[in-house]
Design a protein around this ligand. Structure first.
Ligand SMILES: Nc1ncnc2c1ncn2[C@@H]1O[C@H](COP(=O)(O)OP(=O)(O)OP(=O)(O)O)[C@@H](O)[C@H]1O
Ligand SMILES: [Mg+2]
Length: 265
């Protein structure tokens, strides 16, 4: 297995979840975090081909906060699965931090996902009957960290999402917004430079949505690259750039004209 080089730091798992993802402050010419070229995705289902992506090209630089919008079935989740190396394109190329994923085997890809990407989904996917702290610490088991370190880091990640007082709660004892923040803490605990979120506020009311967006905004200020899929214009308004997808193609890609400040409540 080739060691995938994605980060400047040698061992990303050694960094605290609270550490800034960019450091130094010096401008460094780097490859885009995401560099997608003419990507197509075709699903074969019962002899019928579904062309979910029909030639998508997209670059996202380190530290950007990008929203992806589009009607149901337009290919947003398909695109996110490719960006997250959960699925491979049928054609075209994808480089993540300059690394062509086509050259990576399954071990490399899972290593890359674990060390570099944090995923957040619409359904929180927390493990029931497992306390918030243990849910958050889970990804660190794969990193082979001692138990005390895992707990310490999980606490830091929960503090980052404002849930220091809920570490011993079960998912069923938390509100929807709190559950999604636990899921965010779990995505953060490995200190990923890239966060991919598919409708993270889709199941939340407006005040929980605000709480979760507040955390995304903070993570972005710390230098993390965020790609967030949403149906809601208000949610997209928090991003610096909005990409609209329709029928498997990008139909617009614009810098947000007015940047809505996230209000702390
Ligand atoms: N595993 C699959 N097998 C076959 N077709 C699929 C598969 N996954 C998605 N599709 C099809 O690909 C197209 C794009 O699906 P995708 O899930 O990317 O849409 P989406 O934009 O995320 O929609 P939504 O907003 O409803 O989540 C759809 O027509 C869908 O039916
Ligand atoms: Mg989807």
């Amino acid at each position: 297995m080739t060691r995938v080089r994605l980060e400047r730091r040698r061992d990303p798992a050694a960094a605290e979840p609270g550490a800034a993802a960019t450091g130094g402050g010096l401008p460094v010419r780097r490859a885009p975090v995401i560099d997608v070229l003419e990507v197509r995705k075709r699903y074969e289902l019962g002899g019928i081909a579904v062309r979910a992506l029909r030639g998508v090209s997209l670059r996202i630089e380190a530290g950007e906060f990008v929203a992806i919008m589009g009607p149901s079935g337009s290919g947003k989740s398909t695109l996110m699965h490719i960006l997250g190396c959960l699925d491979a394109p049928s054609a075209g190329s994808y480089r993540i931090n300059g690394v062509d994923v086509a050259g990576l085997d399954e071990d490399d890809l899972s290593d890359l996902r674990n060390r570099y990407i944090g995923f957040v989904f619409q359904s929180f996917n927390l493990i029931p009957r497992t306390r918030a702290l243990a849910n958050v610490a889970l990804p660190l088991q794969y990193a082979g960290l001692p138990k005390a370190d895992r707990a310490r880091r999980a606490k830091t990640a929960l503090a980052m999402v404002g849930l220091s007082d809920r570490t011993n709660h079960l998912p069923s004892e938390l509100s929807g917004g709190q559950q999604q923040r636990v899921a965010l803490a779990r995505a953060l605990v490995t200190n990923p430079a890239l966060i991919l979120a598919d409708e993270p506020t889709g199941n939340l009311d407006s005040s929980s949505t605000r709480e979760v967006l507040d955390v995304f905004a903070r993570l972005n200020r710390q230098g993390r690259t965020i790609v967030l899929i949403t149906h809601e214009e208000e949610v997209a308004a928090h991003a610096e750039r909005v990409i609209r997808v329709r029928d498997g193609r990008i139909v617009s890609d614009t810098a947000a004209s007015t940047h809505t400040q996230v209000v702390h409540t």
